[in-house]
Design a protein. Structure first.
Length: 246
């Protein structure tokens, strides 16, 4: 039985790295397999370099980096699957919490505010960002990535504005108005221009843009730009404090 030396192990490891294997676990596994082949099948009469060149070819068809490429694909698919599973879970959790919060709030039961806050937080901070990341992985077209990212960020801001509105927190109207303004003045024109240029999506661009303008107009009409009672109280308190100081 041939006994491989430390120098030969270093040579194999260096050669495997030069051939494109950068993942440590994959590199070590190939090293172990090659060393086992050499020690079990190589005789003292064989030349080490020649025998190694013959042994390493058993691991690939064209080049050794095929193993590295396949490994990266598997890791990417694993992460992609985990992200999609998290996306589904966060979406279901958001819907359940929001529905429960709305029911509890209409019935004046305790815990309504907590359920709504948690549901909208999951939706705007987990579900929407994951959608953006997955869109970048699924669609490599830069224009589609731009549209989706802008739309998702606008939706996230609008969701936060709704949350502030439901909880009667200050600056809710400002957040909602700003998100609607971005949606109407940036997202809709960019979406229309990019989609209208493509003959395959031209008709859908006109229909979808019409729906979006109508929906945005109705939502914009519902936004009360006047300050809330809490904001008025804060401003009144600050004015009173400044008057007293004078």
């Amino acid at each position: 039985m041939y006994k491989i030396t430390d120098e030969q192990v270093d040579f194999i490891l260096e050669d495997i790295s030069k051939r494109g294997i950068v993942t440590e676990d994959v590199r070590n596994n190939i090293l172990d397999h090659v060393c086992c082949i050499i020690e079990n099948e190589m005789n003292l009469e064989h030349n080490f370099i020649e025998f190694y060149e013959g042994a390493i070819t058993q691991f690939y068809q064209n080049s050794l980096d095929e193993i590295e490429i396949e490994t990266q694909k598997l890791l990417t698919f694993k992460n992609f699957y985990a992200m999609k599973r998290t996306l589904k879970i966060s979406g279901v959790v958001s819907i359940v919490l929001i529905i429960l919060g709305v029911i509890f709030k209409s019935m004046h039961w305790p815990g309504a505010g907590f359920a709504v806050v948690l549901g909208l937080a999951f939706f705007s901070l987990v579900f929407i960002p994951l959608n953006i990341v997955l869109k970048f992985k699924d669609d490599k077209v830069k224009s589609n990535q731009l549209i989706m990212t802008l739309g998702m960020l606008t939706a996230s801001a609008a969701t936060i504005g709704v949350l502030f509105k439901i909880m009667h927190w200050p600056y809710a109207n400002i957040i909602m108005f700003s998100s609607l303004l971005v949606f109407m003045l940036l997202f809709i024109p960019i979406y229309f221009i990019l989609k209208f240029k493509d003959p395959e999506t031209k008709f859908n661009a006109i229909i979808n843009t019409t729906f979006m303008i109508g929906a945005a107009g109705m939502l914009f009409a519902l936004v009360d730009l006047r300050p809330s009672h809490k904001e008025k109280a804060i401003v009144h308190k600050e004015c009173h404090a400044n008057h007293c100081e004078k």
